[in-house]
Design a protein around this ligand. Sequence first.
Ligand SMILES: [Ca+2]
Ligand SMILES: [Ca+2]
Length: 441
Amino acid sequence: MNLARLKASAGILLSALAFSFTLQSCAKKDADLPSPVAEVAASADFSSLQGGTSLDCSQSACLIANGRTKVGTVDTELDGKGNLLITYTSSVRIEEVHADVFSTLNAFNAAGKLFCGIPLPNRFAYEQSSCRSVYTYTLTVPASVVSCLPTNFNVVAYAELCNGQKAWGGSCTQSQTCGPNGVPGDFPGPGYATYFNFEKKQCSQDISFTYAWEDLINQYNDLDYNDLVIQSKVLYTNNASTKKLDLTFIAQARGASFDHKFKFRIPKTGVSSVAGAAAVEDRDGYYYVTVFESTKTALPGTTNNVTANTVATEPYRTPVAKSVTVLLNSAYVYNAAKPYEPFITVYTSGNVNDPTPPLYDLYVKGITNRPGMDAFVYPADGKTYPNGIVIPADWRWPLEMQIISGPYPTSLSTFFAPNWFNTKASNYLPLTYSPGNSLVQ
Ligand SMILES: [Ca+2]
Ligand SMILES: [Ca+2]
């Protein structure tokens, strides 16, 4: 698994190097840029992006028999109490299951779970060893154990099947590339035993929204939806003495040579004042609130100040948080799905201190309907896609130049239909960014 991840990352690096000169938002001459704000025919329905959506925290691996045959899945998820549920689902009846969790192979070996590099299922901490003859079974790792593990840890899941085969949870590509004897496993010893990664952050409950943008207006974007990634936490207080919104915005990633201001707007009705913002503008019945004056300054890029937390081989940039408090009065009506309207002002000069046009605002389609300011036509298929998208939870964004339909296969085919982010490719982990899959910590 580690080797596979390394290879995948190396491939991404080579791809990034080979195509770095084509980075979609590299500085362009004015003549290359579109006339601002041409009306876009909104043929797709993005309204379902908001409300009624939820994040499925399950992370899935394949159950592979004898190193070559996919017989089912191993799904892992945290329940509401912090327990890790490991659910085997097999097309062949399951007789026994044994599973364990570990931070590193060295720790797993030191715990006596390996013999000459080969895992020993009868020493795993969690098991159902009496004959079950079931097609699905769930083992539970208690929250007290999960809480002591790092954000990214490993799960080893073993099953004995009624046909005598032995199966392991692992990468779903494992069963597609192997010969008659299966492929080597992930452990240092011989055999085809595998393990897989679990990331706690994927299920973080304290992120209310993730917003991600493509930052070219009404022209070709590369659909990696990481040109700017902002997450927010929303706390609404409404009691006898206080009515307010405490908003925390976290600049998580940017993969763009353009600079941006990150802002939101909120109707003036019901708002008494806004505190903590970089700037507040009173216009057209709204307060336009600037949170990050320059996303490049907030989250500097690594190479030519272009990429921050979008390339796995570059150093991790610690995300930057800013908090804004909106004091409310009795006229305010709270909408949990849309407490405000986020948007970015894009500086195509690459510097917010250089307002050379074109400058333009890009909203999140589905939160705000502003034709010409929220969607673009993708030349390859002639379809309309949103510039900004919203996920109502924590979310892993694609790596630089990784089209979003790679890790999230239904995202484009269904025009970001409800819950598209819950359908993940089996290899979505190496196609998306997190500190845990970055080679450089
Ligand atoms: Ca892009
Ligand atoms: Ca990008």
